[in-house]
Write a protein that binds this ligand. Sequence first.
Ligand SMILES: C[S@@+](CC[C@H](N)C(=O)[O-])C[C@H]1O[C@@H](n2cnc3c(N)ncnc32)[C@H](O)[C@@H]1O
Length: 381
Amino acid sequence: MELHYHGKKSISEILEGTPAYPFDGDLNHGNLLINGNNLLVLQSLLKRYDFSGKIDLIYIDPPFATNTTFTMGSDRVSTVSLSADDEVAYTDCLRGEEFLEFIRERLILVRELMSDVASIYLHIDYKIGHYIKIIMDEIFGAENFRNDITRIKCNPKNFSRKAYGNIKDMILFYSKTKNIIWNEPRSTFSEDDKTRLFKKTDKNGRAYTTIPLHAPGETKNGATASEFKGMKPPKGRHWRTDPRELDALDAAGLIEWSPSGNPRKMIYADEADGKKMQDIWEFKDCRYPVYPTEKNLDLLRTIVAASSNEGSTVLDFFCGSGTTLLAAKELNRNWIGVDQSRQAIKVTKEKLKAADNMFSCNSYSYLEIDLRTAEERDMSA
Ligand SMILES: C[S@@+](CC[C@H](N)C(=O)[O-])C[C@H]1O[C@@H](n2cnc3c(N)ncnc32)[C@H](O)[C@@H]1O
């Protein structure tokens, strides 16, 4: 399936036809904050600085084709009603096919920067997101589509439209290949979950449940096919772990034996590491953000922790106020942030400085894309 629209370039036009420029600043740092148009920045990272295949995680939260100007200290402003005092953070004025191609060009370039274990999360809304999904299928392959995450973004509001209220946006999650970095995220049990799932209580009043010690699939040889307390695993099954470990669990009092002699592992509610995270997330944004459309830091912490490792490089090329960079920094990942807005860079620098003061370090290199011709550069050298 493909999306056809006016002005759609060929992949080679995008890869070969986008110019690359040098950066002004020191590139010998794991963390880079780059001010400039991200199309040129991505191509420069690719063609001039050999970042090809070096990025493990991308999160982007681009403009959503809303035809709005976003000003500092306010959520949004219609373009016609700007006053002289309004400090513009960024404008979101591309619509329809122009917007789609704007995103597509960048996705085609950034795919080249992704490592073979990389993932990309694209934050978008319900109005344009379904078109972007088709474009992402084209670029990354429908087989590498992992999730359409529903993000609850705010409390219910009174909408005047004749439609249901909108309290969610979407995050499209794709990978470059089948084998990705994946640190299984767990969400904590609610009190309701605990009551429902941990129905038993031990002699000290601690809530617990039990799970079987064996799993489906027969193994003929090896430790998990051998005897535990003189018992073979039931037919068609194998022990979940080496019987020597089962002996240790039993000695620690963590195996419950049924009256008929069936052993099960005890899992305590206060020690269980949460449940599998599902695809509806509640991470509401701050009501009075420093930067308009600033995203929830916990949302980014979750994504960075799940889809990158310590030492990975995380890229956000619509970085705004630097939420992704901050999450990456906290979790010991390297990061690259790009934004063309001076206001965005200013806020990001302030946030990073506050974090640096906490960790007493100077943690990044600031770069600007240098759009001068070689001749102009020589003249000023
Ligand atoms: C929705 S905001 C990102 C907010 C960010 N996630 C945060 O938590 O603060 C989108 C950002 O994309 C930037 N942007 C838009 N077009 C760009 C381009 N062509 N190159 C670089 N940055 C761009 C805007 O300046 C804006 O800061």
